[in-house]
Ligand binder design. Sequence first.
Ligand code: EPU
Length: 425
Amino acid sequence: MDKLVIEGGVALRGDVHVGTAKNSVLPILAATLLTSEPCRIVDAPRLRDVNTMLRILPALGVQCERDADGSITTRVVDESISEAPYELVKTMRASVCVLGPLIGRRRRARVSFPGGCVFGPRPIDLHLKGLRALGVELDIESGYIVAHAERLRGASMYLGGAFGPTVTGTANVLMAAVLAEGVTHIHMAACEPEVQDLANFLVAMGADVRGIGTPVLEIHGVDELHGATYRPVPDRIEAGTFLAAAAITGGDVTVRSCRPEHLRAVLERLEAAGCRLEIGEDWVRCARRGRIRAADITTLPYPGFPTDLQAQFMTLLTLADGVSVVTEKVYPERFMHVAELARMRARIRKEHHIAIVEGTEFLSGAPVLASDLRASAALVMAGLVAEGETEVRRVYHIDRGYEQIEVKLAALGARIRRTEDDEGV
Ligand code: EPU
């Protein structure tokens, strides 16, 4: 098991490029189950979660090849299999994205129920509700979702839940509906750029999807989809993490190959925290001098502030001049980083889904444990600015969603290295 060792105190400077979005690539790879023709996903990031999907797809009869340039070519060679086993699904919740395309194309699926995760319960009732509306018969047997459908019929449905729309739920229902008979309306569809990206990939495959990027998706079923070549959108969460890292270290960083229009809420909060921004067509420059200003943050579905950047921005606010209130409205229990940040001298009080962050003058390096992907990024950010040395353990979490984060940070001047963690955990 690896750990990252960081010597804090260097202001990051320079340019950094972000990769394509993990949360686009995963459902897009699942969508390749919908055609017998080859598909090519250009510039797919080399991430643990993508590698997990590249183990699940072959188990479902899809040949996958990765080229030297990072592109992935898929081709379905066996459509008789419909089971996604527990051993693979348990390692990554996004594996549930194979449910929709399996039902859409093969009309049956047996997919291990994904279960909870470290930041609270993550139900899939809305996925199942939407699929049932299309005529799918579903049951839970021995920990598996067992689904079959003689015919899929277009339907009108409302997919909002207590915490708003669902990203992978919208993806699953969309992927089944593209091959259903007739017209489907998904009301309260997720509008995240990654859902838009999946819809655009499906259109490139010959699907008829309208209202992309709005809360009402209209899908006209077609008989068949064909292969497609597609480049997914840049990762807005990776971009936001580097911008926040520039801000917390008082540096001056230009994040390149990004889509600033996907980052509106994030850029607005960086300015509120006292950063100076310059925004180009596909780049954002973020610089900070002077003290970080306190700013309140409320996570919301897109285009609101993303929950996937909550931990990183909370870390930024630990050094602000005043008190900030961070309200988590997407995953009310996503606060695993709070206790670890406290080990580094942060002052944070948690009340249900709200964290009150009292800014402090400095953070102090410490050994800390990464609990999940975004929390790990937040701890690395804290290490970049803390006095002394920080060791972030269990970094396999960070490798799920950030490609070579230590290499990119080191190129910006950070003193960071990856070593083997011989103490084990
Ligand atoms: N929800 C339900 N019922 C459902 C599905 C979701 O009540 O059937 C609730 C969830 O409990 C949560 C809210 O709805 O409170 C939103 O959950 P959503 O379904 O949108 O999350 P997800 O699709 O499981 C994706 C990302 C997450 C990201 C969330 C929110 C992928 C593979 N994962 O998860 O990304 O946090 O949307 O934007 O796209 C990450 O990358 O670190 C990550 C966790």
